[in-house]
Design a protein. Structure first.
Length: 387
């Protein structure tokens, strides 16, 4: 075994050592970015490519866009094709944003004021999206799709507005295509692409973010019909004070990876790091839920991720830990490139069938259900009717 392979095996074990344990075979699928705009259309993609921008270097440009009707219909078919020991279908925790920029109003203000629109209104502007929100509701009823809070927008409003006001070429080019980022792959990062929505870098930005988060959580409750009990900060980046705001507004657990990136006030782009594990509690008695398995076929084209996922699941179960699979919406999107959706849904179905065959006592849970178990709020077996 190579040194790289040994290091990988060690890291896969280390992530599962500390924290909450269970002998139950629990699998949670956490998928980020639902409801957010990315590449606006195939025409926009071709336009930027013809202008010499290397948008083809980023999978988010090539594959990711606001989810369309067929994207959800095909995903639900796959999730519903497998059941766990209690008859529950596979459920995807859909970490969703509730709004996108209202480009027309921002343009009318000459970039002096920020405006947003609920993502349900954004859907009206797209050509194959008229049933998306109804499909959200159907997915929730059928226990296939459980939205949780990913932010009001997937956008650092303060930094983006400064870029527009300063006449930043890339920001304005994206804006003119009703997008906030080009994801060019050139010095690209969450910060430079304005995606780190919770990254307040001053006390003034933190005050603005407080308003955004409260507004976003209220909008979530209004649209989804229930409160979000968990949250995944975009780009795994947030300040300690954000946890206070989320806790005061009903969020009991934070999804994420091992690392939290904490912006340093007055030193833009610099971060402190904190390490987390599943079952760890913070100063507000919120629990962290840490991902220990990854399924990102659109980001790793040419690699068969199913065997790797199964190995990571085996490791998690060996340590009596739940399997928490990290994935992103772009893996299942076909609005720009239908073959991306179909190929990756085939991979997902292979993975789900392999899980249920290898571990027939597996349980599919959403992130909020796992948070209830970790916190001790719910200990009994969860049946389909209780989801």
């Amino acid at each position: 075994m190579s040194f790289k392979s040994i290091k990988s095996v060690v890291s896969h074990n280390l992530i599962n050592i500390p924290g909450w344990r269970t002998k139950r075979k629990i699998v949670v699928i956490e998928s980020d970015d639902w409801g957010s705009i990315r590449m606006g259309s195939k025409d926009a993609y071709d336009y930027f490519l013809n202008k010499g921008l290397p948008v083809d270097k980023s999978p988010y440009n090539t594959y990711d866009a606001l989810e369309c009707n067929e994207d959800l219909e095909r995903l639900f078919e796959v999730l519903g094709s497998v059941i766990d020991i209690y008859g529950n279908p596979a459920v995807m925790t859909a970490n969703s944003v509730m709004a996108n920029p209202d480009f027309e109003k921002i343009r009318e203000s000459e970039f002096q004021k920020y405006y947003y629109e609920p993502f349900t209104k954004t859907l009206d502007r797209y050509p194959a999206h008229d049933r998306v929100f109804r499909l959200y509701q159907e997915g929730i009823r059928e226990k296939l799709f459980k939205p949780q809070f990913h932010g009001r927008e997937h956008l650092n409003v303060a930094r983006w507005m400064r870029a527009l006001q300063c006449g930043d070429d890339y920001a304005l080019m994206a804006f003119n295509a009703n997008m906030f980022s080009l994801h060019t792959g050139i010095n690209s990062s969450c910060r430079t692409e304005y995606c780190d929505a919770f990254a307040a870098e001053s006390s003034d930005e933190l005050l603005q973010l407080k308003t955004i988060l409260i507004d976003g959580l209220q909008l979530f409750n209004q649209l989804m019909g229930y409160r979000s009990l968990t949250c995944i900060p975009p780009c795994y980046t947030w300040n300690r004070e954000v946890e206070d705001i989320l806790s005061d507004n009903g969020v009991r657990a934070l999804q994420g990876i091992q690392l939290q990136y904490m912006p340093i006030f007055g030193n833009g782009g610099s971060y402190n790091k904190r390490y987390h594990y599943t079952g760890q509690r913070n100063h507000r008695a919120q629990y962290y839920i840490v991902r220990n398995c990854f399924f990102e076929p659109s980001l790793t084209v040419g690699l068969d991720l199913v065997p790797n996922c199964l190995a990571r699941i085996q490791t998690a179960f060996a340590w009596h830990k739940p399997t928490i699979i990290s994935t992103h919406r772009l893996n299942f999107m076909g609005f720009l490139n239908p073959s991306n959706r179909e190929q990756n849904l085939n991979h997902l179905k292979r993975l789900l069938l392999a899980i249920t065959n290898r571990w027939p006592d597996v349980e599919f849970l959403s992130s909020d259900q796992l948070a209830d178990l970790v916190s001790g709020e719910k200990k009994e077996v969860i049946t389909h009717d209780e989801l």
